[in-house]
Ligand binder design. Structure first.
Ligand code: SAM
Length: 221
């Protein structure tokens, strides 16, 4: 297991202190995950020196790795905890999946871009995150083979919460996803399935994400 890249340990700790803890995220499991996963290892050579900046960065296939604070807020909102089975839609670089794998039992991360699936799968193997599975497909369909999920997080913004995610959510489970049009300001939404099966919906924050493209998302233009 690789936990520290060469020369980035101080920058990583400063990122945790200023961007995560400094903005009110205090869950020790989340802080420890951000301390242990080397963000620089999820970036290409060209962007590695910017790994601990307070912003998203480009990755392959014209996509992005999200801002660390946004990833931390989503993991916090989704109440990811030890023992959970988590579905992430929009694996991208694999960074968020790797972070959640430090807290949960297992993470299934779906990505629609084959190039990213290949890069992220190899990365997980190389870095030793063996409780993460990167799967290729349209994540708006969920991943019925591994359902039910305790938490479902989307790293791309849809028009609505896909019906299949609600079906594949465990009782007591949480969905956290951005909802809104591509290019516009979107709303980060949380849906909780009560033990009795009722759905509780909350709007958390204004965000900006790339589009969720698929059968229950936006079209691929
Ligand atoms: N979580 C990622 C990380 O840590 O690097 C960031 C992901 S990026 C903001 C959003 C990703 O969602 C893109 O890689 C995009 O290809 C993917 N995506 C969009 N629609 C999707 C869908 N229906 N199923 C799976 N992935 C999708």
């Amino acid at each position: 297991m690789v936990t520290t890249g060469s020369g980035f340990a101080d920058e990583r700790e400063a990122m945790v202190e200023r961007q995560i803890l400094g903005r009110g995220i205090t869950d020790p499991n989340i802080l420890e995950a951000f301390r242990s996963v080397p963000r620089e290892a999820f970036l290409d050579e060209q962007h590695r020196s910017l790994a601990y900046g307070d912003h998203p960065l480009p990755i392959a296939a014209g996509q992005t790795i999200s801002q660390p604070y946004i990833v931390a807020s989503m993991i916090s909102a989704a109440e990811v905890k030890p023992g959970d089975i988590v579905l992430e839609v929009g694996a991208g670089s694999g960074y968020a999946a790797a972070l959640m794998s430090r807290i949960a039992s297992r993470v299934i991360a779906i990505e629609r871009q084959p190039e990213l699936v290949k890069i992220a799968s190899e990365r997980m193997r190389r870095l030793g995150y063996d409780n993460v599975e990167i799967c290729e497909g349209d994540g708006t369909r969920g991943w019925p083979e591994e359902a039910p999920f305790d938490a479902i997080l989307a790293a791309a913004s849809g028009s609505h919460v896909p019906e299949r995610w609600i079906e594949q959510l465990a009782e007591g489970g949480r969905i956290v996803m951005p909802v809104g049009k591509p290019g516009a300001v979107q709303q980060l939404v949380k849906i909780t399935k009560s033990p009795a099966g009722n759905l509780i919906s909350e709007t958390l924050a204004a965000v900006r994400f790339v589009p969720l493209i698929g059968e229950e998302g936006w079209g691929d233009e």
